[in-house]
Write a protein that binds this ligand. Structure first.
Ligand code: 13P
Length: 253
């Protein structure tokens, strides 16, 4: 049985007071002993503040990105070691906004994935196709290359500590959501690709859905057999809507 994970990717949002309000709303509303894993991913600048606010809460902390190595002359970057030191357990790797807006290629994403593990962080590897790739029936090809580049570089056993997030680029921040059936098809494909390397791992690894997931559609997506949680953008910026998605995940058990 895979434990659902609901993760809030706050992207470049939040001020000090807003973050305070949001975390307090989440911690006050979250159960003391939830049957699911709950994770928030604030900006780098808010990590220490959120870590302090989460000190007596089961809600976990993660970051949205990292750079390779422990330290060095890399102006503007933050290492996995630094993230670990401020209380992060997880880190997003290869989010589509990193791939598309910041031109992170397959090799860099694979290197970042490995760097996360070396720092003792659990990578959440984000994969997904663009609208054009879907229209050209390239979804499986894209997913396969995004997954295989990491497996080839880091080894299949590296996925043991990882979570996969399927985020169709056309559904991110657009209000368009993959239907539960569309999402399930790709999730099953991802699990199948992993099973070609390691059947047990394919059975245990969590595959999250991301792309306009919200309180209204969470239950139907989470009811799918291969959807093990959500990576939520916009709807994670409001405590009530984020908690409603967490409740939907608990109800799906
Ligand atoms: P939205 O939920 O805003 O579509 O964002 C999804 C996402 O990119 C989460 O990482």
């Amino acid at each position: 049985m895979r434990k659902p994970l609901i993760a809030g990717n706050w992207k470049m949002h939040g001020s000090l007071p807003q973050v305070d309000t949001l975390v307090q709303g989440i911690t006050q509303g979250a159960k003391a002993d939830p049957k699911i894993d709950i994770l928030v991913l604030p900006t780098f600048i808010h990590l220490a503040q959120v870590h302090a606010l989460l000190s007596h809460s089961p809600v976990m902390l993660g970051a949205q990105n990292l750079y390779l190595g422990q330290q060095g002359a890399f102006t503007g970057e933050v290492s996995g070691t630094m993230l670990k030191e401020v209380g992060c357990q997880f880190v997003l790797i290869g989010h589509s906004e990193r791939r598309h807006l910041f031109h992170e290629d397959l090799a860099l994403v694979a290197a970042k994935f490995k760097a996360a593990l070396e720092a003792g962080l659990k990578p959440i590897l984000c994969i997904g196709e663009t609208q054009q790739e879907r229209e050209q029936n390239q979804t499986e090809t894209v997913i396969r290359s995004q997954l295989e580049s990491v497996i080839q570089f880091a080894g299949i056993s590296a996925l043991q500590q990882a979570v996969i997030a399927y985020e169709p680029v056309w559904a991110i921040g657009t209000g368009l959501t993959a239907t539960p059936e569309q999402a399930q098809t790709v999730h099953a494909t991802i699990r199948g690709l992993i099973a070609q390397n390691n059947v047990d791992l394919a059975d245990t690894i969590r595959i999250l859905y991301g792309g306009s997931m919200k309180a209204e559609n969470a239950a139907s997506l989470l009811a799918m057999p291969d959807i093990d949680g959500g990576l939520i953008g916009g709807a994670s910026l409001n405590a009530a809507s984020f908690l409603a998605i967490c409740s939907a995940a608990e109800a799906s058990l």
